[in-house]
Ligand binder design. Structure first.
Ligand SMILES: Nc1ncnc2c1ncn2[C@@H]1O[C@H](COP(=O)(O)OP(=O)(O)OP(=O)(O)O)[C@@H](O)[C@H]1O
Length: 539
């Protein structure tokens, strides 16, 4: 292993940190490269995080953020020549199993790794429970300790609550508190590094604010945070500096307060991006595509609405308010659902709909859980993408794979899928690129009703605009598009109409110019306030 360089910032040309004389970075990674097969996905990446700093990590889909973080976690071995130095002392690379934890690096991934069926207290002790017998844990003492931690960070959650009873924002706070406690115990007071990997996409604005307050409290004590996100506004708000990767290389490091939104986009994309902008107005006055009547599914209750040809209709609310259950039920993917859907001149009882029947009516559905429900990770991009149109490529001689690959490659270019290699397994794509594959898979079928659950979650700023254009193109050709999402900005950009859900029911409707990011957030929160209990049907 190489020893630490004389100047720890030698590789950083710009965005140098403000530092006290002689202060060493909490983490200095130098010349980190990674090759998968013949592709170099990380190329000499260097990054320094100072004590008490929140450091953003951004980049387009597939730019190498996860690979970099997984290298720090010890899940990937970097190419020889990489160096890791923490607080001026060389740390091992490749990182041995458990090494990151021992050195005070802790990770919070998007899924938060909480057990919903356990209490907050049990979740906070999850690591201890894995190595200690239940009866060896002093529960009274542990409960007091957890209460103290929450008090220190001004978090008002009862440690005895079941995690399944908590909103998403509280769950994120618990996951961060747990990771921070781990860092504090292993690295010591005022040291250590917390890596937050896209913790905010499903949170309402108030939840993001709470999370940022916690992050600020963590770094005020001296520990450091790496914050991975696609949302430039959030990065500018919470980080001191940010490092941007492009195609596996360091595109630049900036002092966040000194870089405007356009500068970030330029560094992420490397070129100008045409932002999708359309004066949405009212939906075109075209025939109704689908009439949903008194649909009840899981927590969703008595949901009634129409969607017209060419209309982009948003469904939103807080996580757990039931809006995302609606497309799932219409597709017949949620057992125990009731109500009816009239489409293509047929009235279908929701309980009798199966995905096959839905597809026969030209209904397409892209769930949010992309590798779980939406795609098959072990199959190739071509197999995943061509599935709904296989019939067009079948002849007496069997499947025409060269033709399928050419078709898939065209779609790959259109939707900017990187790498655009049809034979590559879907699971080897970055999260955002996998999403592009699955969007392309359904958009090519030009369905009568296209239902998308969180369609651009984890998709970078450039690709997001391309997907918005694709949704717009589909709607202009007459497809009715139903978008279930908590992303108010996205809904404001693409929808003609938005229905806001609370406690399973539609409680308000926004149309045309009244749809803005702020109005959606306000309606969502107002709907959630205890005083609001009136429901309305929208047809
Ligand atoms: N196990 C693997 N085998 C082959 N290629 C891989 C593997 N893991 C990642 N890659 C490739 O490495 C590149 C970087 O992927 P990575 O997941 O690090 O990107 P990312 O910046 O985190 O993207 P996203 O924002 O979409 O999550 C991608 O081209 C991806 O296809």
């Amino acid at each position: 292993m190489m020893t630490s360089a004389k100047d720890p910032f030698a590789d950083l040309k710009d965005g140098l940190p403000r530092r006290k004389p002689g202060e060493a970075p909490a983490l200095l990674a130098r010349k980190v490269s990674k090759i998968f097969g013949t592709t170099k996905v990380l190329d000499d990446v260097s990054l320094a995080v100072m004590p008490g700093e929140v450091h953003g990590l951004l980049g387009a889909n597939g730019s190498g953020k996860s690979t970099f973080i997984k290298t720090l976690a010890g899940l990937h071995d970097p190419e020889p020549g990489a160096e890791l130095i923490m607080y001026g002392e060389a740390a091992p690379l490749p990182m041995p199993a458990g090494g990151a934890r021992r050195r005070g690096i802790s990770f919070v991934h998007q899924n938060l790794a909480l057990m919903p069926s356990l209490t907050v207290l049990e979740n906070m002790l999850l690591n201890d429970l894995a190595v200690t017998q239940q009866w060896n844990i002093r529960w009274g003492k542990a409960r007091r300790q957890v209460a103290e931690i929450f008090e220190r960070f001004d978090i008002h959650i009862d440690p005895m609550t079941l995690v399944s009873d908590l909103p998403q924002a509280d769950r994120a706070l618990i996951a961060i508190c747990r990771a921070f406690e781990e860092v504090r115990v292993t690295a010591g007071e005022g040291r250590g590094l917390l890596i937050l990997d896209e913790p905010t996409p499903f949170l309402p604005k108030s939840g993001v604010d709470q999370l940022f307050t916690l992050v600020r409290a963590v770094v005020a004590g001296g520990a450091s945070v790496i914050f991975v996100a696609h949302d430039i506004d959030e990065i500018r708000e919470i980080t001191d500096r940010a490092t941007i990767l492009r195609d596996g290389r360091l595109a630049g490091t900036v002092v966040s307060a000194e870089a405007d939104h356009e500068r970030f986009i330029e560094l992420i994309v490397g070129e100008r991006v045409t932002m999708f902008q359309t004066a949405r107005g009212q939906a075109p006055d075209r025939p109704v595509t689908a009439s949903v009547r008194k649909l009840s599914a899981d927590v969703a209750r008595d949901v009634t609405f129409d969607i017209r040809e060419g209309e982009v209709l948003g469904l939103t609310g807080l996580i757990g308010s039931g809006f995302d259950r609606v497309p799932e039920a219409i597709f017949g993917a949620l057992p125990g659902s009731e109500g009816s859907v009239e489409i293509g001149g047929k009235s279908l009882a929701v309980e009798a709909i199966t995905p096959a029947r839905a597809m026969a009516q030209s209904i397409a559905y892209l769930p949010a859980d992309r590798l779980g429900k939406a795609g098959v990770g072990s199959l190739s991009i071509a197999e995943n993408m061509a599935l709904p149109v296989m019939g067009e490529f079948r002849s007496l001689l069997g499947m025409n794979w060269p033709k399928i690959n050419a078709h898939v490659s065209d779609l790959g270019r259109k939707y900017d899928i990187r790498p655009n290699r049809p034979a590559q397994a879907l699971s080897s794509l970055s999260g955002g690129n996998a999403q592009k594959v699955l969007m392309a898979k359904w958009l090519q079928t030009a369905p009568r009703l296209l239902m998308l659950d969180e369609p651009t979650q984890g998709v970078d700023v450039g690709a997001r605009q391309k997907l918005f254009h694709a949704i717009d193109e589909a709607s202009r050709k007459g497809t009715a598009v139903l978008v279930a999402s908590t992303d108010a900005e996205q809904l404001a950009q693409i929808c003609h109409r938005v229905l806001v859900f609370s406690k399973g029911r539609i409680v308000s409707e926004l149309t045309g110019a009244a749809i803005t990011k702020d109005s959606i957030s306000e309606e969502t929160l107002r709907a959630h306030a205890p005083a609001t209990d009136q429901t309305q049907e929208v047809a």
